[in-house]
Design a protein around this ligand. Structure first.
Ligand SMILES: Cc1cc2nc3c(=O)[nH]c(=O)nc-3n(C[C@H](O)[C@H](O)[C@H](O)COP(=O)(O)O)c2cc1C
Ligand code: SF4
Length: 652
């Protein structure tokens, strides 16, 4: 058993005593704030993490107002991240935020508010920032810089009045201060640019103005990107020197350190491909540079043992475990009580951030925690009024969650799975390169279902008779989906495989493979990566211009880096029309112009899924309560499957 003592030691940060080292760094997941101010869903979402034992709650970011240049109308704001008015200017601000800070304090945690100038419209210099914003922004003049800086002071004063323990000046993730710090984006020749002393001035001034206007016991921290990792930007050495210079110019109570950008290589919301705590050494370097200023490291720490080792090796004083607690808000308490095997670890799929950044409906979602986004509802879900005999068929995410929640609510549950182990497609996904973290979920589920007394029977091919023989009061079918085939190939063509067969192993693919793609998410890239990692030449025909269109921007970078580096060739806007005598035939999906690729050994189909609902249909009318969940209802992603399963577990 690892020694986690240090993880649960308090630490003094300025005037605040943080009860332990586990931090919810700020993450804007849209848990609430329908009118901009904390509401019940917002409070319940974040306070759940304090209740679960986090020592520090960062909540969601607070965007500061952007002063518009004279004569410009509001219409220039949409799409730039800028806002005209900030919530701290609303009349109800203090009591509504106070309700949040009081609720956090009730559980012993501290409440830190992040202040963000998030806009790409008004920047230090007339420089486009490829991959972030490709236009030339409006250059801030002295008056506008003044207004930007004063907003920090006004916001900090308002947050102090509302009970915040600290404010954090957001200097990372392409927020405005990062643009001032960076020699890439700051080419000014006045006192705000040029030398390092001038480039840090915006940050120093922001802190100084907060100190001048907010109460003396309000703590002030900075969130910094330790290394821009881009040509012309600052590197770790320069950030060490800038951080030291800022800390000696003004009192900074802590530094929160991560590495990466919003466009994803590297990504500060590191997906599973990165492995554990990939940038903890950067935090260590900053810590050394700034002497006694406490340093918080954040970035892919999903396990209390890893967090404790970062503290133990002196790389940081606090550890961000943000997605770790989206996935399992109870993680700190479980760790403290020695119940580490019960922790539902974040798998690093980045569904949570994808939903925030890209989805039209920005509902919070987590692949492994179905309660995310509806914490208030789940808090009211109790035991079932009548204990029933429940049979679940299928041990993928939907079946697992239906079984788990039903068992937690007091039902007697039997789960039938045709494979030797539960996990469904998730186990196959875990076989693809750098995505083994998917395996955390079935490992967690196995022990959790055991703990809850679910009777899990593997290697059982369930049919109508098997199910009815168990005499269930309620049946949940979670039989998943199978890969869709193509009308352009015959089912008995021995050189054409679907991606599932390939991932199961044992297919003899030859030296040159064409992946036929009509999938917009991770199946195509991860299957291509899997095949390429065996030293096989891979080309992808994809139906539209862009592969992986549904992969969020924080993950895209590493995914495509891997494919390009392993020599995968892309044929965008190409529909597959056939495969004969080693030749793949296709047609441009816009013009119909034909293409041919010769000397192909095999074709692998990645065409999305088709529901397997045969059992569900055969059970209709034969049992009193019947639910068809997850991909056997309609093909879906893991997060939707876990939510569907869990919600049915709640209904039974
Ligand atoms: C959904 C989501 C939203 C985020 N929003 C913010 C934000 O508004 N401000 C910020 O500084 N970091 C934000 N982050 C980054 C997190 O604070 C954290 O640095 C990141 O998730 C990596 O840490 P982890 O591996 O412990 O999750 C966000 C992360 C997620 C997952
Ligand atoms: S959605 Fe994925 S990355 Fe985000 S917290 Fe859940 S498991 Fe982790």
């Amino acid at each position: 058993m690892a020694d986690l003592t240090q993880l649960f030691e308090p630490i003094q940060i300025g005037s605040m005593t943080v009860p332990n080292r586990i931090v919810e760094t700020t993450y804007s997941i849209n848990s609430g704030r329908a009118d901009g101010l904390p509401d019940e869903p917002f409070i319940e979402h974040h306070v759940q993490r304090a209740r679960g034992g986090a020592g520090w709650i960062g909540g969601e970011t607070w965007v500061l107002p952007t002063p518009l240049p004279a004569g410009r109308g509001d219409e220039i704001l949409p799409g730039t991240g800028a806002v005209r008015f900030a919530v701290y200017q609303l009349p109800d601000f203090v009591p509504r935020v106070r309700a949040f800070t009081d609720a956090v304090h009730e559980h012993g945690a501290v409440c830190v508010m992040q202040l963000t100038h998030l806009q790409s419209l008004m920047c230090p210099s007339a420089v486009s920032l490829p991959l972030s914003s490709d236009y030339i922004p409006h250059v801030l003049d002295e008056d506008e810089i003044e207004a930007m800086l004063n907003a920090y002071a006004d916001a900090a004063t308002a947050f102090a009045a509302a009970g915040a323990d600290a404010v954090e000046v957001h200097c990372a993730h392409e927020a405005l201060p990062e643009w001032f710090l960076s020699p890439l984006s700051n080419r000014r020749t006045d006192r705000w640019g040029g030398s390092q002393e001038n480039r840090i001035r915006f940050v120093v001034e922001a802190v100084a103005r907060i100190r001048a206007s907010a109460p003396a016991d309000l703590n002030v921290g900075l969130r910094i990107n330790a290394d821009q990792c881009r040509d012309g930007g600052y590197d770790l050495d320069e950030m060490c020197s800038m951080a030291a210079a800022v800390c000696s110019a003004v009192r900074v109570d802590y530094l929160s350190v991560d590495v990466g950008s919003t466009w994803g290589r590297p990504s500060y919301i590191a997906p599973m491909h990165y492995g554990d705590a990939p940038f903890a050494d950067h935090a260590a370097a900053i810590k050394q540079a700034v002497g006694g200023v406490p340093v918080l490291y954040a970035g892919r720490v999903n396990d209390p043992v890893i967090a404790a080792s970062i503290l133990g090796s002196g790389k940081a004083d606090l550890v961000g475990m943000t997605r770790a607690m989206i996935a399992d808000p109870e993680m700190p308490r479980k760790a403290r009580e020695g119940r580490i095997s019960e922790v539902r670890k974040c798998i690093g799929c980045n569904t949570c951030i994808g939903k925030v950044v890209h989805a039209e409906v920005k509902t919070p979602l987590c692949a492994v925690n179905p309660a995310v986004g509806s914490e208030a509802l789940w808090a009211k879900t109790g035991r079932a009024s009548e204990a029933k005999k429940v049979v679940v068929i299928g041990g993928g995410p939907a079946g697992i969650e239906a079984a788990r929640v039903a068992a937690e609510r007091g039902h007697s549950v039997t789960l039938l799975e045709r494979e030797p182990a539960i996990g469904g497609m998730i186990r196959l996904a875990a076989r693809t390169p750098k995505r083994e973290a998917f395996g955390f979920y079935p490992d967690y589920a196995k022990q959790e279902l055991h703990r809850l007394g679910v009777d899990v029977r593997t290697r059982v091919e369930a049919d109508l008779d098997t199910v009815l023989a168990l005499g269930p009061d309620a049946v949940v079918t979670a039989t998943g989906a199978r890969p869709r085939r193509s009308a352009a190939v015959s089912d008995d063509d021995s050189r054409v495989f679907d991606f599932e067969e390939v991932l199961r192993g044992g297919c003899s693919l030859g030296a040159h493979v064409i992946v036929v793609s009509e999938d917009d998410h991770m199946i195509t890239p991860s299957v291509a990566d899997f095949i390429a990692s065996m030293g096989i030449r891979v080309q992808i025909l994809h139906k539209w211009l862009s592969i992986g269109e549904q992969i969020e921007r924080y993950t895209r970078g590493i995914v495509f880096y891997r494919l390009y580096k392993s020599g995968v060739v892309f044929h965008p806007s190409t529909l597959f029309t056939g495969f004969r005598d080693g030749v793949v035939y296709g047609a441009n999906s816009h013009t119909g112009d034909p293409i041919e690729i010769a000397e192909v050994d095999s074709v692998v189909l990645s065409l999305g899924m088709e529901s397997d609902d045969v059992l569900a249909r055969s059970l209709k009318g034969k049992v009193t309560e019947l639910y068809n969940v997850g991909s056997s209802f309609a093909p879906r992603f893991m997060a939707e499957a876990t939510q569907h399963g869990a919600n049915v577990g709640r209904l039974i």
